[in-house]
Design a protein around this ligand. Structure first.
Ligand code: ADP
Ligand code: MG
Length: 403
């Protein structure tokens, strides 16, 4: 007998039929003797306190319905909201972070042979306010539950059958990965792959949660042994796989915008004078480029999340542009970031040059570049995003082998 946490995404519970299907699947695992904690997701609604109150209700409806469906199948099941379990979060409405999960109540139910259904995506802050965890937040609910309960495994059920070399909606030839290292998954998630929320991957790494992404749309009554080995397993050792590919995947994000201050007289402290007020306004900066020209002025460019673009432009216009003596302030929200990720980059050269050559052959101009040990990211005009992703996916040989 194992203790398993399972999470079903919004796509997996979108209709009564799908809820029934989830119930069949949960029943199968339960009848095989496993203890189960289920977290489920709805689409988040982005806004402050009252919206969190509203956004969290969809959750309650589905966990209640799922509990009823399980009882009809003759199983013991009990649903809980995040506040009932006590999923304690900070007070950042719409993007709260989980601080702690109380396990007492869940443990008692499990010991009594009951399947526990927990509303994902929601919690309660120290003052008793309802909070939600942001887009993809129930991935994090599930992993945090698994960590708190020291579960044997955490299964993330979704509408794809695993983690692919890139989003299969953009590249139909994308290939499912049987395993992916935790570090690569962390990069892919942080660079825009929406299949797992980045915080869930961080949590999994911190507590070494055994984490698997698999399909909720496959036949619910397929043999459990088949299902238990399906999908993609996130692994924590890197050198175990002989056939480790150099590149694991391509991520992309349309969520960014680029801002440039041109011809800023260059002197010590310029970066601070520009980015200090941005940080004070609580805007996160991603890529930064600065290069001083021979005439002693510099163009200073950086990217921010698109939601915070207007705020950043306001701050720069009001407090920074005149102060640092920039010639102009130019904003460009029509950009995207495309990233090539793989731990094989540590031991192989030529990945950057193949990336740049591929984009140049497609006539795509690179506006910014940033690299780390296991990734190369480029900023390009957003109308080229799909072309860039497809071309790179092909250039790195990531397609499915033709049978
Ligand atoms: P859920 O409602 O189950 O949380 P999401 O929409 O959040 O589902 O996540 C699943 C989607 O993530 C897939 O339908 C797919 O389009 C997208 N996706 C993006 N990148 C990848 C990737 N590398 N592998 C698999 N799916 C991906
Ligand atoms: Mg999701």
């Amino acid at each position: 007998m194992a203790l398993i946490v399972q999470k079903y995404g919004g796509t997996s519970v979108g209709s009564i039929d799908r809820i029934k299907n989830v119930a069949l699947r949960v029943a199968k695992w339960s009848r095989a003797g496993h203890q189960l904690v289920i977290a489920k997701d709805i689409q988040p609604v982005p806004d402050p306190r009252e919206l969190d109150v509203v956004a969290s209700t969809g959750e309650q409806v589905t966990i209640g319905l799922l509990a009823m469906a399980l009882k009809q199948l003759g199983l013991k099941a009990k649903s809980y909201t995040g506040h009932q379990v006590r999923v304690l979060t900070d007070s950042a409405f719409n993007k709260a972070r989980i601080i702690e999960i109380e396990e007492k109540r869940i443990r008692a139910d499990l010991d009594a042979g009951t399947i526990v259904l927990v509303a994902g995506f929601q919690g309660q802050d120290g003052l008793g306010n309802i909070t939600t965890l942001g887009r993809g937040g129930s991935d994090t609910s599930a992993v945090a539950l698994a960590a708190a309960l020291r579960a044997d495994e955490c299964l993330i059920y979704t509408d794809v059958d695993g983690v692919y070399t890139t989003d299969p909606r953009i590249v139909p030839e994308a290939r499912r990965l049987h395993t992916i290292t935790f570090e690569e998954m962390l990069e892919l998630a942080s660079l825009g792959s929406k299949v797992l929320q980045i915080r869930s991957v961080e949590f999994a790494g911190k507590y070494r949660v055994r984490l698997r992404v698999l399909s909720s749309l496959s036949d619910a009554e397929q043999p459990l042994a088949v299902e238990a080995n399906s999908g993609t397993l996130i692994t924590y050792e890197e050198d175990t796989k002989m056939e480790q590919a150099i590149i694991s995947g391509i991520a992309f994000s349309r969520d960014e915008a680029k801002i440039t201050l041109t011809r800023v007289p260059d002197r010590p402290g310029i970066a601070y004078q520009i980015l200090g007020p941005i940080a004070e306004a609580n805007v996160d900066v991603d890529m930064i480029i600065q290069n001083t020209s021979v005439d002693g002025t510099t163009d200073f460019s950086f990217t921010v999340h698109r939601n915070e673009y207007a705020k950043a432009m306001d701050v720069l216009g009001a407090k920074v542009k005149g102060h640092v003596g920039a010639q102009s302030l130019v904003g460009d929200p029509k950009i995207c970031k495309v990233s090539v990720v793989g731990i094989g980059m540590r031991s192989h050269v030529g990945i950057a040059s193949l990336t740049f050559r591929t984009l140049s052959e497609e006539g795509i101009n690179i506006q910014m570049i940033s690299t780390s040990e296991i990734k190369i990211s480029v900023v390009v005009e957003d109308k080229y995003m799909e072309l860039a992703v497809r071309a790179l996916h092909k250039a790195f040989g990531l397609e499915q082998a033709i049978a």
